[in-house]
Design a protein around this ligand. Structure first.
Ligand code: ADP
Ligand code: MG
Length: 309
């Protein structure tokens, strides 16, 4: 008796399962997109083909629901599920959405700008948002000219800019805007906050990481050294770090930009000439300055301090 009862309950259980399955599949077949797809391909698929595709149709309906609700548990976030005919079998494919494609394109552009210890707002800087006040127009014009000539002949040598101006006039922002504009056109650049970089170099003297970093910076297709002269430089930083970078860039004819609170003249006489230990080293200062002058054109930026409007 026992066995029969067990047998019976098994049958009933599997019948219930069958019913649930049928109900589920009916719901899937009632889905508007599924119905339209089957109608459109009615001549290519038999009822049996459709039955064999149930699992995929079910997946489609589930994932479409999640997609519409933007549910994070969806199989492929950013991709829209679509049905397609895979021989005699209905299958699901995941098509990237416009939003995803746009985001991927933006990420690719961003990845062309490597920034080291730069303020965050630099990432958002754009040439379109640089206001053309008369006191800045010279710098903006020079920047636009650079974009023109560089993108026309990227393998030729083009002088960069030495943006000079007081604290807060927007020098760093200007470099960020340039780097982003170049990235949109497919070019890579590196922005380095020079004083921080100098400290990092000192802390890592002789280590592989230091050499690697120096190599990356030295070889960047477009290099922007921000805030040069902001901190006093040791002779080692001046000659073996900055000097080495500039020497390489001259040799390889690679565009290099600078920003500084000081004019080239001041940088030479007040910052590069006297070592941290107070020794006068006019020749060494001159050598560095020659390289900076070769690589860049000095542009004075005046204006209000934008940090405290
Ligand atoms: P600097 O490097 O000359 O000291 P910054 O580039 O850091 O100055 O600019 C100072 C502040 O003004 C920053 O917060 C920056 O985001 C903002 N800023 C500068 N130029 C612009 C601009 N054209 N549009 C919007 N914000 C700007
Ligand atoms: Mg700055």
């Amino acid at each position: 008796m026992e066995d029969v009862g067990e047998e019976l309950s098994k049958v009933l259980e599997s019948k219930r399962l069958d019913e649930r399955y049928s109900a589920l599949m009916q719901k899937v077949l009632d889905d508007r997109d599924v119905r339209m797809f089957i109608e459109a391909h009615r001549e290519q698929v038999t009822d049996e083909d459709i039955q064999k595709s149930y699992a995929k149709l079910y997946e489609f309906v589930q994932e479409k629901k999640k997609y519409q609700l933007n549910d994070p548990s969806m199989i492929a976030p950013g991709y829209e599920p679509k049905l397609f005919l895979n021989f005699h079998y209905i299958d699901v494919t995941y098509v990237p959405t416009e939003t995803l494609l746009k985001r991927q394109a933006e990420e690719q552009i961003r990845s062309r700008v490597r920034s080291m210890n730069m303020p965050k707002d630099v990432r958002e800087a754009s040439v379109g948002r640089l206001d053309m006040t008369s006191d800045r127009s010279k710098a903006i014009q020079a920047l636009l000219d650079f974009i023109d000539v560089y993108t026309a002949t990227p393998t030729n040598f083009h002088q960069g800019l030495y943006l000079q101006g007081s604290f807060g006039v927007g020098k760093t922002y200007m470099l960020g805007a340039l780097a982003n504009a170049l990235a949109e056109r497919g070019y890579r650049s590196t922005l380095v906050h020079f004083p921080t970089f100098a400290v990092e170099m000192k802390q890592a003297i002789g280590k592989d990481t230091m050499l690697e970093k120096l190599e990356t910076i030295k070889k960047s297709p477009i290099l922007m050294l921000d805030d040069i002269g902001a901190d006093s430089m040791s002779s080692w930083i001046r000659d073996d770090v900055l000097g080495v970078i500039l020497q390489y860039r001259m040799q390889e004819q690679l565009p290099t930009f600078f920003t500084s609170n000081f004019s080239m003249q001041q940088l030479e006489s007040e910052h590069l000439r006297v070592s941290q230990r107070g020794e006068e080293e006019p020749l060494k200062a001159k050598r560095i300055m020659e390289r900076i002058r070769y690589l860049s054109k000095e542009i004075v930026m005046v204006g209000k301090n934008r940090r405290n409007p």
